[in-house]
Design a protein around this ligand. Structure first.
Ligand SMILES: NC(=O)c1ccc[n+]([C@@H]2O[C@H](COP(=O)([O-])OP(=O)(O)OC[C@H]3O[C@@H](n4cnc5c(N)ncnc54)[C@H](OP(=O)(O)O)[C@@H]3O)[C@@H](O)[C@H]2O)c1
Length: 288
């Protein structure tokens, strides 16, 4: 059984709490809100719109006591960058592993997370792009930019009008993946910059689109979350991954992408060998 605490009960945190509560192998043990929140002292079920849970929401002012009393293995954080960093110091000191879905960290803020995981030897999974599908988009964008390195790349992201950071952490990460792909193809130019257009409008949960445009053709890779449940499913996989781990991780580790690509290459190698053995018999192979 994995004991989980949820920190940040906004639009995303509430959705994740509901999905966590449905799992057989997970026990939600505590829930954290901001110091002045009207959620403080209320039952988690009341706030998420489900039946009573017996979990009383507590303020981040009492973080140490909450952790000491409820002993979570993993915390899932969807709050704000300031709150996430402040709370991560306490979680790390108390050797609790953390999934950080919160976005909008400064470069120095991200470095601090890395330092925390190294210093306290807990696990921090930094997942500004927790949706499983968006991680597949990043992988595809990386591979496409390696192969089509002379094409123009353009990212567009659309989110609801209440989203605070723009461009999204995911769009920035997609840009990094494209830059990595172009560099891996041998283009070592210093000033590769992938333009990002951010749109904040209506109630769009989240859409990311990569356009890859050449002189004669165009490829589009796009991902859209239909509901916040897409975030919850990614968070769930990250929680299961983080239990018992030590170190600083990203969603590519959670999804084991190195193995996926390794398996792909291995299969390609064996089908390459097969191609020759199917068409040529032993004698013909010896002659060649
Ligand atoms: N990784 C991804 O794929 C992904 C997906 C969606 C969203 N996000 C990110 O996740 C974060 C939250 O998004 P959202 O849409 O859920 O925003 P939101 O609705 O504004 O929720 C943020 C919540 O954090 C709580 N909070 C503030 N200070 C806190 C503290 N000290 N301790 C605990 N909770 C605190 C606030 O609630 P109270 O004041 O009531 O406690 C608020 O409800 C954002 O950074 C967003 O960009 C990431």
């Amino acid at each position: 059984m994995i004991r989980v605490c949820i920190s940040g009960l906004g639009k995303t945190g509430k959705e994740i709490a509901k999905v966590l509560m449905e799992q057989q192998d997970i026990k939600l043990v505590s829930a954290i809100c901001s110091p002045n929140s009207d959620k403080k002292g209320r039952d988690l079920g009341e706030v998420t719109g489900s039946s009573s849970t017996g979990i009383i929401i507590e303020s981040s002012d009492n973080l140490e006591q909450v952790i000491f009393r409820t002993r979570p293995d993993v915390v899932v954080d969807f709050s704000s960058p300031e709150a996430a960093l402040k709370n991560a110091k306490v979680f790390s000191r108390m050797k609790v592993n953390i999934i950080i879905g919160t976005t909008g960290f400064s470069k120095i803020g991200l470095k601090k997370l890395l330092v925390l995981a190294t210093k306290h030897r807990n696990a921090i999974v930094y997942a500004p792009n927790i949706t499983l599908g968006v991680n597949v988009l990043m992988l595809l964008a990386n591979l496409a930019s390696n192969i089509l390195n002379s094409y123009d790349f353009q990212i567009t992201e659309i989110h609801h009008k209440h989203k605070k950071d723009a461009p999204s952490g995911t769009a920035k990460k997609i840009a990094v993946e494209i830059e990595k792909g172009i560099k891996a193809s041998g283009n070592l130019s210093e000033n590769i910059e992938i333009p990002i257009t951010a749109v904040r409008a209506g109630g769009v949960v989240g859409k990311h689109e990569v356009m890859i445009i050449g002189d004669d053709d165009k490829i589009e890779i796009s991902h859209e979350s239909f509901s916040r449940k897409a975030f919850a499913l990614g968070a769930l996989q990250a929680v299961r991954f983080a239990k018992g781990k030590v170190g600083y991780f990203e969603m590519s580790d959670v999804l084991n992408l190195k193995k996926v690509l390794g398996d792909y290459l291995e299969n390609e190698n064996s089908s390459f060998k097969e191609r020759y053995t199917v068409f040529l018999n032993k004698k013909e192979l010896q002659i060649l």
